[in-house]
Design a binder for this molecule. Structure first.
Ligand SMILES: [Zn+2]
Length: 395
């Protein structure tokens, strides 16, 4: 928490007004949450940055005023793949089926902006009866240029005005906008790319900041995420950039926002929906949460793990146990991460099967959406583990 809460003078990246109030600061935060480290020393000796969150009093957008894009390097040591979780794959299947069967994404050319390894786009193209073509844009894409006889292809570049000759019916952008310090520019680039496809439907997915506030999820704040959205600030941003919003839904247990929009002439209907008071309350309780969590974890005498080495787990470990006094290790299902170390703290990342020999009898689950999956893995393995929900600690 910072004591001096004052307007920053910066412009809101969503609605464009000058109504930002600083409310939350954190220093020495790991810049990358998903970098793979095989050496503990390397994992601890990482680049760090400051987080200074400011909230727009008008639309509710939250941005990190200290974010420095030049620190970000998404190279081959970056692995945020969640495809090792059956529960997450099931979630992605549901989302793809929603597009295919409820939203009528058939006979369409689908562009995915920031497609990563293409696993989501592939789901929209692989069902032959849907007759979709897919083009994934991502400068960091690694893999074959084309798949499925050319129906799916990848471009290792940004999606901007230079892509306007690529006709598109649907544009999908999942978990990109929260990594972008100027989301307004991103939308203008997408709009420029769609200059020859003005009727294209646009779908975005991003974490819901209201969920973070309501759940006191301090571990959901990280350097990589420099822009946080509420339902209202997404409205403000898209309308300012010249998109009409069809709907915004909360999905993935309300942790994410899912937006559908289309280009139109600008009509500013954004209403005022400040979340500053809730943001201030959230920030003011962080130190109490940290102290409480440390007290609770101390009771396990080192025989506890964190379950989940994604952004939540990395952020939580750095916040609660930066010197590895309380938590033995971090569990992750991604075999690429196992035998590596958590950025910033150096906690070892292990398989759940390694817990008994480490003397770990309890684990703190970072995301309740994976509870059932993890319990069934433990059961299949005949393993007894107390799986604690982090949610029970802040309500
Ligand atoms: Zn705003």
């Amino acid at each position: 928490m910072i004591s001096d809460t004052k307007p920053s003078g910066d412009q809101c990246s969503a609605c464009g007004r000058n109504n930002l109030t600083q409310f939350f600061s954190r220093k020495n935060s790991p810049v990358h949450m998903h970098t793979l480290f095989s050496q503990r020393r390397q994992a601890m000796d990482i680049e760090r940055g400051s987080i200074l969150l400011a909230c727009c009093e008008y639309c509710g957008f939250v941005g990190n005023l200290k974010f420095d894009l030049s620190k970000m390097h998404y190279d081959s040591t970056y692995d945020n793949s969640q495809t090792y979780s059956a529960a997450y794959m099931h979630y992605m299947d549901d989302l793809a089926n929603r597009l295919l069967f409820q939203k009528g994404v058939n006979n369409c050319t689908v562009v995915e902006v920031g497609c990563g390894n293409g696993s989501f786009l592939r789901k929209l193209v692989e069902k032959e009866e849907a007759s979709n073509k897919g083009i994934g844009f991502d400068p960091a894409y690694r893999g074959p240029d084309t798949e499925m006889d050319g129906r799916l292809r990848f471009e290792r570049r940004f999606y901007d005005h230079r892509a306007s000759d690529t006709q598109a019916d649907v544009v999908i952008c999942r978990h990109v906008i929260e990594h972008v310090p100027n989301p307004f520019d991103l939308l203008l680039q997408i709009k420029a790319a769609l200059s020859e496809s003005p009727d294209a439907r646009v779908f975005f997915e991003t974490p819901c900041f209201e969920w973070i506030l309501r759940n006191g999820a301090y571990w959901d704040i990280c350097y990589e995420h420099c822009s946080y959205f509420s339902n209202n600030s997404l409205h403000a941003l898209f309308e300012r950039a010249g998109f009409a919003i069809k709907e915004i839904e909360r999905i993935f247990g309300s942790q994410y926002l899912w937006l559908e929009a289309q280009i139109r002439e600008r009509q500013d209907h954004t209403s005022q929906d400040g979340i500053t008071k809730a943001a201030m309350d959230y920030a003011s309780h962080e130190s109490a949460f940290v102290a409480y969590m440390k007290r609770e974890l101390r009771k396990f005498d080192g025989h506890i793990a964190i379950w989940g080495a994604g952004a939540k787990g990395v952020s939580f470990a750095n916040l609660i146990d930066p010197t590895r006094k309380l938590v033995d290790c971090v569990v992750d299902l991604n075999p690429q991460k196992q035998a590596g170390y958590i950025p910033g703290t150096g906690h070892p990342i292990v398989s759940y099967q390694d817990l008994p020999e480490r003397g770990v009898k309890s684990a703190l689950l970072m995301n309740p959406n994976y509870r059932d999956e993890n319990l069934s893995l433990l059961k299949e393995n005949g393993q007894i583990l107390q799986l604690l929900d982090i949610g029970c600690y802040f309500t």
